[in-house]
Design a protein around this ligand. Structure first.
Ligand SMILES: Nc1ncnc2c1ncn2[C@@H]1O[C@H](COP(=O)(O)OP(=O)(O)OP(=O)(O)O)[C@@H](O)[C@H]1O
Ligand SMILES: [Mg+2]
Length: 455
């Protein structure tokens, strides 16, 4: 029996020694922790401590309190202020208590914790993790865009008040598959964000690992693209349907009542030819647009001189100008206006602009193509196409480069316009990393300017 007691004593002495040694070894860490906490406490409460100091100083100056008492009282009050844990620290202590409760599974090792946190940080989309009680454990930087006031160790209900999201988080407890909910925001911008809530079930079952992972994806751009695609298809088929319906009408007339009427046949065939030409133009424009769109990320590599292109475009459109008794004048630069670009595309840009100036300008009017050099780093070359036509009302200006947008639908249709010309111009200019500026005054005319980096 005695030997049993001796053995027990020996074991507990060894245990005690072991614990003492561990505490001694851990002392620097605790000291560092305590110092850090003290520093943080002093910085966060510095304002209040200073106010207290002022108060006691005032009491001493007013002669209400002796210097010794004032100093003692000030030190006592400041000490209590610094030692009292803040609301945040109480929440942190509570969370730590939940994580380190006695019994049950072991705590996750620091290495495990580091691992999953790094993973969340590396996710490309906003991601946040919660513990089983719904407290925020960790989040990546992208989350701040959605929830600016997010903080760890806070209940997630303090971060978001979206009832659907909260309800989905509750449901995840019993759900095997991730739950996806859409969140809608109206202010400051209308947007749709989809949230995927996933239950994380760690095999190790250790404490301190996340229980719920929520990732967010902004769907606004996808929605807009889908809407734009739908609009585009609707517009394109509408544009094609009109000449097609007219063609079918004429075919029926020619097969029926006008079968034996050579004069009517001649007239109808002419209209049919022009409708067919319109459809061809539309399809060419659509193809052109999709070609440029596909290449928009690839910068052109060719070397072109805008002086030469302006001269060439003026020459090709001379017959058209003569048709409306208009004149085209080119004002080139004295020096070469070289830029990196795709000649064919830049010809298309100027052709569209000069063609518009002739189409929508004044009968017998004048179209100027003026090149200029803008100082700066890098210096830029601009080509401005100016007409003296009726101009464009300001409300149309921001929308002119949209596909199928026309300031005046009737005039554009009548002149064979498809409403795609400026959309193509805009895309080509974007591909060249250039700018398109539109200025117009009703009754005076319009100026369309394209700018590119000079070489
Ligand atoms: N110089 C201009 N003066 C007045 N209005 C213009 C001028 N250029 C363009 N517009 C207006 O902008 C609209 C869009 O021009 P855009 O070149 O995109 O299409 P379009 O000329 O109608 O068709 P397309 O160029 O495909 O044949 C035109 O319908 C017209 O109303
Ligand atoms: Mg046009």
């Amino acid at each position: 029996m005695l030997s049993g007691i001796a053995e027990k004593l020996e074991r507990s002495a060894a245990g005690g020694w072991h614990r003492l040694r561990a505490a001694w070894l851990a002392l620097p860490r605790y000291r560092a922790l305590a110092q850090r906490r003290l520093r943080r406490a002093v910085t966060t409460r510095r304002g209040r401590v200073f106010l207290t100091f002022l108060l006691f100083s005032a009491l001493v100056i007013a002669g209400k309190l002796g210097f010794g008492w004032a100093l003692l009282s000030f030190l006592a009050v400041a000490g209590v202020m610094i030692a009292m844990p803040s609301e945040d620290e109480i929440l942190a202590l509570e969370a730590a208590a939940r994580d380190n409760g006695d019994g049950g599974p072991r705590n996750a090792t620091p290495r495990e914790q580091d691992g999953w946190r790094a993973l969340i940080d590396a996710l490309p989309e906003p991601a946040i993790t919660l513990d089983a009680a719904g407290y925020v454990m960790h989040f990546n930087a992208q989350i701040r865009d959605l929830f600016p006031n997010v903080r760890t160790r806070r209940p997630f209900t303090h971060v978001s008040r979206d009832p659907e999201l909260m309800e989905a988080i509750d449901r995840t407890a019993n759900a095997r598959d991730p739950i996806v909910v859409d969140l809608y925001e109206r202010v400051p911008l209308e947007r749709r964000v989809s949230a995927t809530i996933t239950r994380v079930s760690a095999q190790s079952g250790a404490r301190g690992l996340p229980a719920i992972l929520i990732t967010f994806r902004d769907q606004t751009t996808t929605d807009k693209l889908a809407q734009m695609r739908a609009d585009f298809i609707a517009n394109a088929s509408h544009e094609l349907r009109t000449p097609l319906a007219s063609l079918r009408g004429f075919v029926e007339t020619l097969q029926g009542p006008a079968r034996e009427d050579p004069a009517a046949r001649e007239k109808f065939l002419n209209i049919m030819a022009s409708q067919a030409a319109r459809m061809t133009r539309l399809i060419d424009d659509l193809l052109s647009l999709s070609r440029v769109e596909m290449k928009v990320h690839l910068r052109p590599t060719g070397l072109v001189d805008l002086n030469e292109i302006a001269g060439y475009v003026a020459q090709t459109l001379e017959p058209l100008a003569e048709g409306s008794s208009a004149t085209i004048e080119v004002h080139p630069l004295d020096t070469p206006a070289r830029i990196r670009g795709d000649r064919e595309e830049l010809v298309q840009v100027l052709q569209n602009l000069v063609h518009n100036a002739l189409k929508y300008g004044r009968e017998g009017g004048r179209v100027d193509i003026r090149l200029a050099r803008e100082a700066g780093k890098p210096s830029r070359v601009s080509v401005a196409v100016t007409d003296d036509g009726p101009g464009i009302a300001p409300e149309h200006l921001p929308r002119l480069t949209e596909r199928f947008y026309r300031a005046n639908v009737a005039t554009s249709r009548e002149k064979g316009g498809t409403g795609l010309g400026l959309a193509i111009v805009k895309h080509i200019v974007n591909r060249h990393r250039g700018d398109l500026r539109i200025a117009s005054r009703v009754g005076q005319g319009s100026t369309f300017t394209v700018l590119f980096d000079a070489l």
